[in-house]
Design a protein around this ligand. Structure first.
Ligand SMILES: *[C@@H]1O[C@H](CO)[C@@H](O)[C@H](O)[C@H]1NC(C)=O
Ligand SMILES: *[C@@H]1O[C@H](CO)[C@@H](O)[C@H](O)[C@H]1NC(C)=O
Ligand SMILES: *[C@@H]1O[C@H](CO)[C@@H](O)[C@H](O)[C@H]1NC(C)=O
Length: 415
């Protein structure tokens, strides 16, 4: 064998060990491809394949009839025979969850026919999976629900709904007149779920129970008044864990030891800041590390007004695969929005490095490929799905797909 062939075979076997990265021989050339799923407020959930350097092909699509009209967030579930499961929230009143399956060819269908399940509140915007329980954040009604999953992976009626309350109104009066639950995020051990409440300037802590009906509302962590906490992300240090709850890079299940340090980063939508927290894995307590860090370059005007909050609003947060960098999406630019890159310091506080064009306007969500090489952005206002290449601390746009209507989620699948 020539050395190049040996290198290619070595790369092929290395790639095939990584979850979320498929390798294939095409015309004698080694190619890597990635499964990508999007949702849009125009009603669609779509599946795509991204083939570097710049190929994006659509495989499947379900529209209003299946999604209910306002799909807002996708949570990747397990495998069912040859298909993968996806939970899609429908940000409607009342809120719903759809269970979709993606076949080997990327075709999308509703699991067991169209059976949308109540989320026990209105306007669900995010969800996360812990064992056989789906935690959902209902933005409009300011609540979080726990939906048990049946053995065949269907979502069942909520076993528990936590209706949050707040007294009075927060500083951003028109958007903090009530609780608004914006995210539901499990910690790496799957023991606690955190719900940033944008309307109340707190992060709610839910203790996960053995069964869905045993979940308990535990505590709330106050954050800066008027900051609008939106999304939280635990660092996925490669040396500790990579994706999901206990799944290591080579797909083997691994429990975490309890002496592992848990660190999480919060984006605050109005303040346009990122806050670092350590989490006590036993009690779930979050403790802020240092000061909040602006997500925009020094001197950037936030615009807007006191009642509605700034014109610039911070949205999604992700971490690099090795846990060394934090990425956040900034919204509100008139031409093109940005992804900021922040470095984690040894004491887990952050240092702002740079920002890069996100590929469109209103970058509501973005994700990172499981191998850490690409970042996909959902740009709602311009209707653009964009792929950025990650080179260390530098990001560059390599592919764009326009006409994606009000695309609001772009998730690289873990398969
Ligand atoms: C789907 O539903 C959304 C939300 O109700 C609506 O804006 C959109 O026009 C609908 N699309 C179609 C094709 O009916
Ligand atoms: C929570 O609020 C919903 C309305 O959004 C209501 O139907 C339900 O009864 C409330 N649940 C509890 C436990 O208070
Ligand atoms: C973390 O380390 C940096 C760099 O040494 C330092 O400037 C900062 O004050 C530290 N933050 C905390 C909260 O200890």
């Amino acid at each position: 064998m020539r050395p190049t062939t040996i290198a290619a075979l070595a790369l092929l076997s290395a790639c095939s060990l990584l979850r979320g990265v498929m390798s294939a021989q095409q015309n004698g050339q080694l190619t890597t491809q990635y499964a990508l799923y999007t949702s849009s407020y125009s009603g669609d959930v779509k599946s795509f394949t991204f083939r570097p350097p710049a190929g994006i092909t659509q495989n499947g699509n379900v529209g209003n009839e299946t999604t209910g009209g306002k799909p807002s967030w996708l949570t990747f579930g397990g495998k069912l025979e040859q298909s993968h499961i996806i939970y899609a929230t429908n940000e409607a009143t009342p809120g719903e969850v759809n269970v979709l399956t993606s076949g080997a060819d990327g075709q999308l269908t509703a699991l067991g026919g169209i059976t949308r399940t109540s989320t026990g509140g209105n306007g669900p915007v995010a969800s996360d999976l812990v064992k056989d329980q789906l935690f959902v954040a209902n933005y409009d009604s300011g609540s979080a629900a726990v939906l048990p999953l049946s053995p065949d992976r269907a979502a069942l009626f909520p076993a528990k709904v936590f209706n949050f309350t707040r007294s009075g109104t927060g500083p951003v009066t028109k958007r903090q007149n009530a609780p608004y639950a914006h995210d539901a995020v499990a910690d790496p051990d799957g023991k606690f779920v955190y719900v940033p409440d944008l309307g109340s300037d707190v992060i709610r802590t839910i203790k996960v129970g053995e069964r869905a009906d045993m979940a308990e509302l535990l505590a709330e962590t106050p954050v800066e008044p008027g900051s609008g906490p939106r999304h939280l992300k635990f660092v996925e240090d490669a040396k500790y864990y990579t994706h999901g709850h206990g799944a290591s890079a080579n797909g083997q299940f691994r429990r975490h030891s309890h002496d592992v340090k848990h660190v999480a980063y919060l984006t605050s939508e109005f303040a346009n800041t990122v806050t670092a927290f350590t989490q006590d894995p036993q009690t779930g307590k979050l403790s802020q590390i240092g000061a909040r860090i602006p997500s925009v370059p020094p001197g950037t005007q936030l615009g807007g007004d006191a009642e509605n909050g700034p014109a610039r609003t911070l949205a999604e947060v992700q971490t690099s695969v090795d846990g060394a960098l934090i990425y956040v999406s900034n919204r509100g630019d008139s031409t093109e929005d940005h992804i900021s890159v922040l470095r984690r310091l040894p004491n887990d506080s952050l240092e702002w490095l740079a920002w890069y064009p996100s590929g469109g306007r209103n970058t509501r969500h973005f994700s990172i490929s499981p191998d850490g090489r690409y970042l996909a952005t959902a740009n709602q206002a311009s209707g653009t799905l964009a792929i950025l290449k990650i080179d260390g601390e530098h990001l560059s746009i390599v592919a764009k797909l326009e006409d994606q209507d009000q695309i609001n989620f772009a998730g690289f699948a873990p398969w």
